[in-house]
Design a protein around this ligand. Structure first.
Ligand SMILES: [Zn+2]
Length: 216
């Protein structure tokens, strides 16, 4: 395992202001203040943490995959990548990453995509878009399905093939891998700890993640 930012990787666990373990399939919603650092830990490895970001000062201004990819000059995110909103406003910056690569293209699983990719029998299965919508609707009644913008899949391995296709592969992450991001501006973070049972991104076995927050 490569620690890409050794200074920040040494954050003291006792100094956290928040520490929660999310079982597979559970969601999480939280507003980060500027300067706060969020760490997501892939506790057992090979898990996918589907994550949405919104400008907390203007919830209509969501994370933009296109702006972020343009700023990063890369479709994969790692230390140094800045996650940018539709308006161009910077939301959070990745400040440490022991996994090394996070997906911007694969999107979140849904009842519809499950039936297309796998079989019609998967229609009632728990999926990330339903988790996102439930959390957002509880948070603020202004949210609708139109706010389910493209998301980031932390720890997920979605390589682009030479002919331009996407494949879902076994994860590049390992037990204990983590990614840390520091809020540049006040940012609403919504995570669906993916319950997917039908593809190898999480080894067909969804597992817990841990979320930790430091004040600086
Ligand atoms: Zn999912």
């Amino acid at each position: 395992m490569t620690v890409l930012n050794s200074t920040l990787s040494e954050r003291k666990k006792e100094n956290t202001c928040y520490d929660k373990t999310l079982p597979a399939g559970e969601g999480w919603i939280y507003t980060l203040d500027p300067g706060q650092v969020l760490r997501i830990v892939d506790v057992k490895g090979n898990q996918a943490a589907d994550t949405l970001f919104f400008d907390a000062d203007n919830l209509a201004n969501h994370y933009s995959a296109i702006n972020t990819i343009q700023c990063a000059g890369n479709i994969y995110l790692t230390t140094g990548s800045v996650l940018v909103a539709e308006s161009g406003k910077e939301l959070v910056k990745i400040v440490a990453d022991t996994c090394g690569r996070h997906d911007t293209l694969g999107g979140a699983c849904s009842a519809q995509s499950n039936t297309v990719r796998y079989s019609h029998e998967t229609l009632p299965m728990h999926n990330c878009r339903d988790t996102f919508m439930l959390l957002l609707a509880k948070h603020d009644s202004q949210f609708t399905k139109r706010d389910l913008a493209p998301n980031i899949n932390f720890f997920m391995n979605v390589p682009v093939t030479p002919d331009g296709g996407l494949t879902f592969e076994d994860g590049v992450s390992a037990p204990g891998s983590y990614v840390e991001m520091q809020a540049v501006n006040k940012t609403l973070v919504v995570i669906s700890n993916c319950p997917q049972l039908n593809n190898p991104c999480n080894d067909y076995n969804p597992t817990p993640i841990q979320v930790l927050i430091w004040d600086k």
